[in-house]
Design a protein around this ligand. Sequence first.
Ligand code: PMP
Ligand code: GLN
Length: 378
Amino acid sequence: MESKLPDVGVTIFTVMSQLAQESGAINLSQGFPDFDVSPQLIDRVTHYMQAGYNQYAPMQGVPALRAAIAAKVEALYGGRYDPETEVTVTSGATEALYAAVSAVVRPGDEVIIVEPAYDAYEPVVRLNGGVPVFVPLSFPDYRIDWDTIGRRFTPQTRALILNTPHNPTGTTLGAADIAALEALVGLYDFFIICDEVYEHIVFDGRSHQSLARFPMLWPRSFIVSSFGKTYHATGWKVGYCLAPGVLTREFRKIHQYLTFATSTPVQMALADHLAASDDHLALADFYQAKRDRFRELLAATRFRPLACEGTYFQMVDYSAITTEADTVFARRLTTDFGVAAIPPSVFYHDQRDDHVLRFCFAKHDQTLEEAVEKLCRI
Ligand code: PMP
Ligand code: GLN
């Protein structure tokens, strides 16, 4: 059978996590926290399951959760989204990204993707007949070159996919980036799909530049986020999309046939938790301490940490150790040294290899210490 995605294999996250498991390695590859979900939140989920909230949720998400999301967004970023018509709860950010791209991209449309790019973006563009147009971040500081982006616009450009804080590099959009984006909006007609799943993990006093802060950008933006990162619950797969009514209408047409609705008791519990707790506001300090501890430990190794402004990922330059390709080195590190990492070349369409690896530091200190002890041996 002719494949619709001939170049696509199994995602690197599955490949590396499986190799880590087979090798008995410490898994700092696939990004997921090993911290417990708050007992209060677990209690709300079990409460709603036991209270009989076990049938389909409304297609667009339970009203209380949509209201709580809109309230949080307005409190933090100022953007006002109507929970009825502009907020949709999805089965993870992954589903929201798929639905947003499908809602706007038509055959032949060009979609600008900044690389390295989270691996879900490109295949979804292609499945919708779109043409990905790749623009690399600079190395090693991983900034967006807005002049290059401007030059890649054509009459076929339909959308730009952004991700802040950025996976895998840990960079964030700043005021100058937003100004450049606003300038582009003045010149061209295009949609923005902004992946903000790490919105609460931003370091060193920076504030997250959600597109929900910028009235010039709202009318054309789909903002995607996820509760997985925020509540240490990546396995629950609940996310959401904010977009103006006209865009949300199209978004929901796709969402209703992709999954229709998302887990009812989990949505009910998240609504209570979001309204009752400020857990999300404590996340930046929590992960900043993890980042600092991990970087301090890495000082004893030959891995050189690059800047990390947000997310729970740390990029490290390993050029002092070997000239091996990152995919080869990531495997060897897992099988021979017992620590699994992600090779970022898989996030480039041309497998660009800068001899760096991505480690996930969303782990207990003891795990990070054990991992770095192994990294010291190389
Ligand atoms: N976007 C980025 C940048 C991610 O890192 C992830 C997942 N880790 C997702 C989207 C997907 O989020 P979810 O698990 O909620 O589908
Ligand atoms: N987003 C996570 C990462 O970057 C993994 C998500 C997944 O496994 N699909 O590692």
